[in-house]
Design a protein around this ligand. Structure first.
Ligand code: UDP
Length: 253
């Protein structure tokens, strides 16, 4: 492949300059990190699965009218996306208590919440992505009141869509994180879903058994992460054909 300009390298993805202005190529690595990158590993096949799964969710969202950055998948690990200006927030939606919320409030993991709760963390690795109130977000100019209203509306639509899709394959959507980007059509600014949607940024529990099928498998050493993500992809019918456990070749007589 021709040399391309690297725009940004994060913990799980690399962004390259795209073929046209306003586009980028998003490359999914096999690297996994947790606890603000204190725990790291390379997990074979994770990038391929997340590329496919993010494509599946973003395409579905576009089909129900939720704007997002996805344009098309290019190959096993890369997708073409719209270049956006990322708002420096992690937008978290929770349906059941888990992770940091369960800890902060002393709730048992899995406790149903009275309604979906949207919360925001300021994206800053050095600070450990601290939880921030809307007051901070507006005071520091990261987003306006109008932006916040739009972001909450987008996040709740993503939540309803993802919860429904997951429920259809026997999985409970406990919580997830999305990122939002700004794009401009001339002087008109719009907010769209960006980054990725994958088991790296969701909590997914099997409805029957409670088995975890997300990055907590890695965070908490619960087993093989690729197997968990493969199970999600298999249930959704988006398993790539040539990754991990393929069947043996058969002889044609
Ligand atoms: N999350 C994420 N990236 C982060 C922090 C959280 O994708 O940097 C996701 C996480 O996978 C979970 C949800 O956001 O689905 C809520 O995470 P929580 O605040 O409970 O944090 P954690 O317990 O993962 O530290």
């Amino acid at each position: 492949m021709a040399r391309r300009k690297k725009i940004y390298e994060g913990k799980a993805k690399i962004l390259y300059e795209g073929p046209e202005p306003g586009t980028l190529v998003q490359y999914f690595k096999d690297d996994a990190t947790a606890f603000n990158a204190e725990k790291r590993a390379t997990i074979e096949g994770k990038g391929v699965l997340n590329n496919r799964l993010s494509e599946f969710f973003m395409t579905g969202l576009a089909n129900i009218g939720v704007p997002n950055h996805f344009i098309k998948r290019l190959n096993m690990r890369e997708q073409l996306i719209r270049q956006v200006e990322i708002i420096p927030l992690e937008v978290i939606v929770r349906n059941f208590a888990a992770g940091s919320m369960a800890k902060r409030l002393g709730l048992e993991e899995g406790t149903p919440l009275p309604r979906p709760i949207v919360e925001f963390s300021y994206k800053d690795d050095a600070l450990g992505d601290p939880l921030v109130p809307e007051e901070y977000i507006m005071a520091f100019g990261w987003a306006t009141q109008q932006d916040m209203d739009d972001i909450v509306a987008l996040a709740l639509r993503v939540n309803d869509f993802l919860s429904g899709v997951m429920f259809g394959v026997g999985i409970k959507l406990v919580d997830f994180k999305i990122e939002i980007g700004r794009i401009w059509d001339n002087d008109y600014m719009r907010l769209i879903v960006a980054d990725e949607i994958s088991p790296d940024s969701c909590r997914l529990w099997d409805i029957e058994t409670g088995q975890k099928l997300d990055k907590d498998v890695f965070r908490r050493d619960l087993g093989n992460l690729t197997d968990a993500y493969t199970e999600v992809a298999r249930r959704l019918g988006v398993l790539p054909t040539n990754v991990t456990h393929t069947t043996k070749p058969t002889l044609i007589n």
